[in-house]
Design a protein around this ligand. Structure first.
Ligand SMILES: [Zn+2]
Length: 217
């Protein structure tokens, strides 16, 4: 099997379902364990994503707060992978921000993938990417130059934690787990500059257009 992020061969298994990539340090789930699309959608429907729930608003606030401090209502944003409850879009729209939605299951609005954005929120989404290369290429193309991509995903960086027992991989739809090094790889190979806040918030600033001709590995 090949790493879905960097194309390297995977041969180091760290749990019954996951490999660790020696090049980009991502943890990649065995393809044969992926849920089919109907089961995947069913699983997302069980997430309780009420846009008025204060706990859910607080959980996603590292992204919404950063957008509110760095952008103005006239900037155009996208809530990418917004799921059943687009809470970040809701919080920003209440402050008159213009932010559009896209989600392959719940908001499949293809025309929103044809615009260029000042910022993109991608909250608890990147760990679901079946094809991270394709998605980071797309996210680069959706952003204007100097635009920002705010990603929230739990990186695996705690060396005292046994990966197989880690709560975050118990969700069967989490198929790629990133590390600092994985995002440094993404920044370097997909045209971004990276900045971290703890192990859960990643800010990728677009510094150049990513071209498909650019060879990874
Ligand atoms: Zn890799």
């Amino acid at each position: 099997m090949k790493c879905s992020l960097c194309n390297s061969s995977l041969n180091h298994k760290v749990s019954p379902d996951f490999y660790k990539c020696g090049k980009c340090n991502a943890y990649i789930k065995e393809l044969s364990t992926f849920l089919d699309s109907a089961k995947e959608q069913e699983r997302y429907l069980t997430h309780n994503n009420d846009v008025y729930d204060p706990r859910y608003r607080k959980f996603t606030s590292p992204i919404s707060q950063r957008i509110l401090s760095n952008f103005q209502p006239h900037h155009l944003g996208l809530d990418f992978g917004c799921g059943t409850g687009p809470v970040i879009a809701k919080v920003l729209q209440e402050k008159n921000y213009q932010i559009l939605l896209y989600d392959p299951f719940f908001q499949p609005i293809n025309e929103n993938l044809e615009k260029k954005y000042d910022y993109i929120a991608c909250c608890e989404v990147a760990e679901h990417f079946h094809d991270p290369q394709e998605e980071f290429l797309r996210l680069n193309q959706l952003l204007k130059l100097d635009g920002k991509l705010y990603i929230m995903t739990q990186m695996f960086e705690n060396q005292d934690q046994n990966f197989s027992d880690w709560y975050y991989i118990q969700d069967p739809t989490h198929v790629v787990i990133y590390t600092f090094k994985s995002f440094e790889f993404i920044a370097e190979n997909f045209g971004f500059q990276v900045e971290f806040e703890g192990t859960r918030l990643i800010v990728l600033k677009k510094i150049r257009d990513f071209s498909k001709q650019l060879k990874i590995c």
